[in-house]
Design a protein around this ligand. Structure first.
Ligand code: ZN
Length: 413
């Protein structure tokens, strides 16, 4: 077992642990430790909310979650010899849950606090908790489904340079200013622009932490350095090539997911968990230019969940509210595909919220099927049929299995 170089102390608040987490991106974040190319190490991670969510039957913690503090990240770690323009090679050798935290959660965020992909249809906070049994997960809140984990870090990336940070802040501010009062917001800006002070800056302290924290980027979106891309296939056994923007690269990670459907559509939509990641690192000198890399690229794992039969739902770029035709809009097409899948699953007795969470958590494939057939983009959502303990395929006699009544995802009090 590789040496654990970052501990997530589950009995403490992240703010109180010895080696501090960070929840912003900034080039001045000091490295926790520096490794040579070829070295392996184990990194423990809090769940992305830093322990704000409990394993119980009440969704008040989802409704009230403090999103100004997320994501709690482990790192950054330096890699000797890495220079801007190189590629940092990260082998994700293994990932697991912590012995004292063998469970996960999925949330539907309230429209007023975070929202989600279908928040116009599901505006209220809900929660489902999942138990792990070996490689499998099941939920007391969502009966009839069980599937193996394609476990992965939702968030992993390198530190931005000062120039890149400025580019992010400028372009996101420009978008934010087009509709500053929108709920949920168009994007989340650094504390200095938003007037709040919830930046955790790892090993930076005092005035340095305040100054850097005011301009440090939020961890919400994925960007050129990787970050919160929420790609379910970044799983154990995969190999990721990250652009390097600062000396030493500065690799950080967190937001581990037991499993996730493509799009992580409920926003807190994967099975979120605390855990550990074993990685080894290497460098390709000058790799960004050599391979034309701007955003990370990765090789997939040889052991992801392997389903052969799917039921596939199509969606097109026509607004569900007013029937308005949109031009090749893949976001609307994907939303329609998801809504079509939700309506279908409701016929088997699931609530809309249960169906929404199945799409966010199970190894569901989302695809852009057609993006050229004007005016409709066509997106598909493919559900592996074997995750259900009953047959969900259509047939002449209609849907027969009914989910036990009274069993639903957790609501707020
Ligand atoms: Zn997550």
């Amino acid at each position: 077992m590789p040496r654990t170089v970052f501990h997530a102390e589950m009995d403490k608040l992240p703010e109180e642990q010895i080696v501090k987490t960070h929840n912003r991106w900034h080039p001045d974040l000091p490295f926790v430790e520096t490794f040579k190319p070829g070295e392996s190490f184990r990194v423990e991670c809090y769940d992305w909310t830093g322990g704000q969510i409990q394993n119980d039957d009440c969704a008040d913690d989802i409704r009230d979650v403090d999103l100004s503090k997320v994501h709690y990240l482990s790192g950054p770690f330096g890699i000797e010899g890495a220079k801007p323009g190189d590629l940092l090679v990260v082998n994700i050798n293994d990932i697991g849950s912590k012995e004292d935290s063998e469970w996960g959660f999925t949330g539907i965020f309230a429209h007023e606090n975070g929202g989600g992909f279908l928040d116009e249809h599901f505006p209220a906070a809900r929660k489902a908790c999942w138990d792990f049994e070996g490689i499998y997960a099941s939920s007391r809140h969502i009966p009839g489904v069980r599937f193996p984990g394609t476990i992965h870090p939702g968030l992993i990336g390198t530190l931005p340079s000062a120039d890149l940070l400025k580019t992010w802040n400028d372009r996101e501010k420009k978008l934010f200013d087009t509709n500053p009062s929108r709920t949920p917001p168009l994007c989340t800006l650094p504390d200095g622009m938003a007037g709040t002070t919830t930046a955790l800056m790892g090993g930076l302290t005092g005035a340095d932490a305040k100054i850097a924290g005011a301009e440090a980027a939020r961890t919400v979106p994925g960007r050129e350095h990787g970050g919160n891309c929420d790609i379910k296939n970044l799983s154990r056994g995969s190999k990721v090539f990250f652009p390097v923007y600062v000396d030493g690269a500065g690799l950080s990670m967190g937001d581990i997911h037991w499993s996730q459907g493509d799009g992580e559509i409920t926003f807190c939509g994967a099975i979120e968990m605390a855990g550990w990641i074993d990685i080894s690192v290497d460098i390709i000198k000058g790799g960004m230019e050599m391979y034309g890399v701007t955003n990370p690229i990765f090789q997939t794992s040889p052991i992801d969940a392997n389903y052969s039969e799917y039921l596939v739902f199509e969606g097109i770029s026509v607004d569900e509210h007013n029937g308005e035709q949109h031009y090749l809009d893949a976001t609307i097409a994907y939303r329609r595909a998801c809504l079509n899948a939700v309506e279908y699953l409701k016929k088997f007795g699931y609530s809309g919220e249960q169906a929404y969470m199945i799409l966010g958590t199970a190894p569901v494939e989302g695809r852009v099927a057609g993006i050229v057939d004007i005016p409709n983009a066509c997106c598909t959502v493919s559900i592996p049929t074997a995750i259900f303990d009953f047959d969900i395929n259509p047939n002449a006699s209609g849907p027969t299995q009914s989910i036990p009544s009274g069993v639903d995802v957790a609501e707020c009090t």
